[in-house]
Write a protein that binds this ligand. Structure first.
Ligand code: AGP
Length: 606
């Protein structure tokens, strides 16, 4: 969703702001803009479309010399992408950029109209900036506190007051915002990658906190306007982690980073051959007592939860429910005593997931977060966190974050199975040994990328595609299908292989592409029967199975053979060629792989 940056220092702000915004492009946007404190007053420059359009507009104005300013990439919510609707928005005294939604903006607009204000855009943000103006009393802090007390909704804001050209303000509620500490310069941003080139030292603003940023000082105030101390954090991500490093796209780089991400996530959690999650409250005693688990997440993270459910139920015999966060929060879920809620999120900022977390806690559930971004809202609100160590994931399509989420869920399942005595220590150790082979095996799968590229070239013109599988393979096929849809814009559906004949098989005609996943020994023959059903109706089939299994003749047009591996862990291997298939389909179809249309990396609105 929208990206926010702010700069106060000695460099030319225009260049710094564009630079920082470019590192937030991955969040998704459709227009961009900056506001600069020039000697002549505040100058606002905006452009619809990609950031390079805005950069060109700024380059055409070499006279811009401001060293203080704010910038924004907008993902349209209220009003279409246009210069008029894009940020910054201005009023007589105040200029600001906004990430979030002001829910009571229509009411506020009525009040402002009756007080003589006029509006040019369709946005809730223009209402907000005029409300600031209406409340402005010469004191920025008081104006912020008063204005935000009248507002309902979510916001991350960077604000400039015309009368205070040496500073910018930042404030947040439900939308992420951090401050970055430099030498003789300071920053505001929605996310860490924006700042890595300039500083690694940062603080995360809490709900309602206000940051006053000048070139030599950052003062943080609490929601009542009292100065407060803030812990300084150091980002352990380096600049390269947020760069493409020679890869054509971030997505491809991130797919290739999976062996390393797996190793970083799994190995610190193995002690004496046994999984140890290093989470104080997840004692064996506690894991023995858990009666049911709720896994709640959105999109890819929810699909990871589906694999986790299959693993936990199979290994631990504990019932697991998986919920889409936006459904969970409004369905009044039943959470009983001794039930654990597991919240999964790469960004740690997904609004629906965060709301689901709060609901689960309010219902008395213990909440375990599985999160990639250290210090993110979900990490902070959870009772306990297990961090996935994937490093920054920039491409909108999640790949390495998904894989490490699976790894953590398997580790949890194994520890729980040991604690509950559904698996012996020897058996758990044998599984762990297998798990440690994973980085190497993923490396092997990556070496076969050319075959996947070839398959994509054979299917690149298709309009619809089906993914089939049973059990673990069904859970994974949901993710394979999502990946293809989101970046290549090819419609696809994932089906439990046995369910197809209850309706959907009517869509299979001569040439319909089907990706069949058959990596599970116990249901291999059943899945093959289902594949035969579509094959005999003319489907063009790519079959994914383990090397060496005997596949009946004429059942598939193409076979992708995967390394022979412990079958419950196969989703972590099979995911890789599915990601590559989606990637190459998108590249061959000329799509903007890292920034697919209409999508945002971090979804901070409902
Ligand atoms: C993944 O490819 C998607 N872009 C999306 O489904 C994502 O997984 C979802 O929005 C959840 O994000 P989170 O993990 O940051 O909470």
């Amino acid at each position: 969703m929208c990206g926010i940056v702010g700069y106060v220092g000695q460099r030319k702000a225009a260049g710094v702001l564009i630079d920082c915004l470019s590192k937030l492009e991955y969040r998704g946007y459709d227009s961009a803009g900056v506001a600069l404190f020039e000697k002549s007053g505040i100058e606002v420059i905006k452009a619809t479309g990609r950031l390079k359009v805005l950069a060109a507009a700024l380059e055409a104005k070499p006279e811009l010399s401001a060293t203080c300013g704010i910038g924004h990439t907008r993902w349209a919510t209220h009003g279409a992408p246009s210069d008029l609707n894009s940020h910054p928005h201005t009023s007589e005294h105040v200029t600001l950029v906004h990430n979030g939604i002001i829910e009571n903006y229509l009411k506020l607009k009525e009040m402002l109209l009756s007080n003589g204000y006029t509006f040019q855009s369709e946005t809730d943000t223009e209402v907000l900036v005029k409300l600031f103006d209406f409340n402005y009393d010469g004191d920025p802090l008081c104006t912020i506190l008063k204005t935000l007390s009248q507002v309902r909704g979510s916001y991350g804001l960077a604000i400039m007051f015309k009368d205070f050209p040496d500073r910018i303000y930042g404030v947040r509620k439900e939308s992420p915002l951090i401050v970055g500490y430099g030498q003789g310069e300071n920053f505001l941003a929605s996310d860490i990658p924006a700042l890595l080139k300039y500083t690694r030292e940062y603080s995360i603003l809490e709900e309602g906190q206000i940051a006053e940023v000048t070139e030599d000082k950052i003062t943080i105030y609490d929601e009542f306007g009292n100065p407060t101390e803030k812990e300084h954090l150091t980002a352990d991500w380096d600049v390269e982690a947020a760069e493409k490093c020679g890869y054509a796209h971030f997505m491809l780089k991130e797919i290739h980073e999976q062996p390393k991400a797996m190793l970083s996530t799994i190995s610190p959690r193995i002690e004496d051959g046994m999984p140890d999650l290093h989470v104080k409250s997840l004692t064996d005693d506690y894991l023995r007592k858990v009666k049911r688990i709720h896994i709640v997440a959105c999109g890819t993270a929810m699909h990871a939860g589906m694999v986790g459910k299959t693993a936990i139920e199979r290994l631990c015999r504990v019932p697991v429910e998986v919920d889409i966060a936006s459904e969970f929060r409004y369905r009044d879920p039943i959470i009983g005593e001794d039930e654990l809620t597991v919240i999964i999120s790469q960004s740690g900022e997904t609004l629906d997931t965060l709301a689901a977390l709060k609901l689960a806690r309010a219902k008395g559930s213990k909440v375990l977060g599985i999160v990639n971004v250290v210090g993110s809202s979900i990490a902070r609100e959870s009772d306990d966190v297990i961090y996935t160590y994937a490093g920054p994931e920039i491409a909108v399509a999640s790949t390495k974050a998904y894989s490490v989420q699976l790894a953590v869920l398997y580790l949890l399942a194994l520890r729980m199975a040991y604690a509950r005595n559904t698996l012996s220590q020897e058996k758990v150790q044998a599984y762990v040994k297998e798990l440690l082979r994973l980085p190497e095996l993923i490396g092997e799968v990556l070496e076969d990328s050319e075959q996947i590229k070839y398959l994509a070239s054979q299917f690149m013109n298709c309009d619809d595609l089906f993914y089939l599988g049973r059990g673990f393979d069904y859970a994974l096929s949901l993710e394979g299908s999502l990946k293809l849809k989101e970046i290549s814009y090819v419609h696809s559906e994932a089906y439990a292989a046995g369910e197809l004949k209850h309706g959907t098989i009517s869509l299979i005609v001569e040439g319909t592409p089907v990706i069949a996943l058959a990596t599970q020994d116990d249901v291999f023959e059943k899945t093959i029967s289902n594949v035969k059903e579509v094959k005999s109706r003319g489907a063009k089939v790519i079959l994914f199975c383990k090397k060496g299994v005997s596949v009946p003749a004429d059942v598939a047009d193409y076979i992708v053979s995967l390394p022979v591996y412990e079958e419950i862990f196969m989703p972590m291997l099979t995911a890789v060629p599915l990601q590559l298939f989606a990637y190459y389909m998108a590249v061959l179809r000329g799509c903007d792989v890292d920034k697919p249309r209409n999508l945002a990396k971090s979804v901070t609105v409902e």
